[in-house]
Design a protein around this ligand. Structure first.
Ligand SMILES: Nc1ncnc2c1ncn2[C@@H]1O[C@H](COP(=O)(O)OP(=O)(O)OP(=O)(O)O)[C@@H](O)[C@H]1O
Ligand SMILES: [Mg+2]
Length: 332
């Protein structure tokens, strides 16, 4: 079974700040795109799904072998890995192979090889297919990030993993590399979670998950379906905002009118008092009762107004999230 379940997943930083909370979702043998604005927590979520870091609460249950391509900036690769073989994690094996070929017989070297006697030939063949220099001991600083990413992806697609988590692989790929990636994804016999802002890649997924500060939202379908849903959500949000604004305006006008009426009544009362047409005791009672009822109506209306303003501010925040997310997809 190919499945990864996230149950009430919550992540907090050491300083107590919560990045996201109560995420519930399931990944299966489909290709799922994960979108969300920069810094919302997609890469941290990937680390949680692969078990590299632990959640603050909630759980990840994995029913398959998961391979992972981390999000690394192109500029970081040469600082982390000296040669292509370091980047591919085969340097020690290749060096052991070289020593054995030169006549060495250290048992540790034989252990490292572990029957992978064709490693160098296979590697060179793969490098050639991918258009990379065939010498795995060449320094990474001389390679393009696109080439290195492509090779790392190639290894994952050729692996025995059932599920791949690819964190923004498109960032380092040119058009040709991106097309190659899409083709590989289509032919991969397993599930994929691809984190991406790239519409072309998102056109080729089965499902889209969007992570934002309100949580995780599932959109069944590729980019077109996602874009359509979002457009209709945005329309309805804009309608709600217009409605809330008109209600607030109306409420303010009503309160203004009521205040004016109360002032008029108060000045009429003063005139009556001055004319001496009513006993002072009756006037005072009427005045107090009018003040009480107008005061309680005003405080009710103030409460309602505050509620409406709260609702409007929530709607405005949602609209802001929508805009940020749209911008992050327009970048590409
Ligand atoms: N080790 C860390 N300690 C503290 N904060 C961190 C750490 N790593 C990441 N962050 C912060 O956590 C937030 C989420 O980071 P993350 O890298 O998961 O975002 P992202 O959605 O992948 O962004 P992007 O689209 O830019 O890749 C960011 O605000 C980031 O600055
Ligand atoms: Mg990231």
């Amino acid at each position: 079974m190919i499945e990864i379940n996230a149950h009430t997943l919550t992540y907090r930083f050491d300083n107590g700040d919560t990045l996201f909370s109560n995420l519930n979702f399931t990944l299966d043998d489909k290709i799922t795109g994960l979108v969300g604005r920069n810094g919302v927590g997609k890469s941290i979520l990937a680390s949680l799904l692969t078990g590299e870091i632990m959640p603050y609460s909630g759980s990840v249950t994995t029913f398959c072998q998961v391979g992972w391509l981390r999000q690394i900036g192109v500029e970081e690769i040469p600082t982390l890995y000296e040669t292509i073989s370091d980047f591919l994690g085969v340097r020690h094996r290749l060096e052991a192979l070289t020593r054995i070929t030169a006549g060495g017989c250290d048992s540790h070297d034989f252990g490292l090889i572990d029957d992978n006697w064709q490693l160098q030939e296979k590697l060179e063949q793969q490098l050639q297919v991918l258009g990379l220099p065939v010498d795995p001991f060449l320094p990474c600083k001389d390679q393009s990030g696109g080439h290195l990413t492509r090779f790392a992806l190639h290894q994952l697609f050729q692996s025995n993993y059932d599920y791949l988590i690819l964190d923004e692989p498109g960032n380092h790929l040119d058009e040709q590399g991106k097309n190659w990636l899409i083709e590989q994804m289509m032919h991969f016999d397993g599930g994929i979670l691809i984190i991406s802002h790239d519409r072309e890649i998102l056109h080729n997924v089965d499902d889209i998950l969007e992570l934002n500060t309100l949580g995780m939202h599932h959109y069944g379908g590729a980019y077109e379906v996602y874009a359509k849903h979002r457009a209709s959500e945005l329309n309805s949000l804009e309608r709600d905002i217009d409605h809330a604004n008109s209600e607030i305006k109306l409420m303010r006008q009503t309160m203004q009118k009521n205040r004016k009426k109360a002032q008029q009544r108060a000045s009429q009362g003063k005139q009556v008092a001055r004319s001496g047409s009513q006993a002072e005791i009756i006037l005072n009672t009427l005045k107090q009762s009018a003040e009480r009822s107008s005061g309680s109506r005003e405080s009710n209306q103030n409460r309602q107004l505050l509620q409406m303003q709260d609702q409007l501010s929530t709607l405005n925040k949602k609209q802001e999230l929508f805009k940020q997310q749209s911008l992050s997809l327009e970048k590409v």
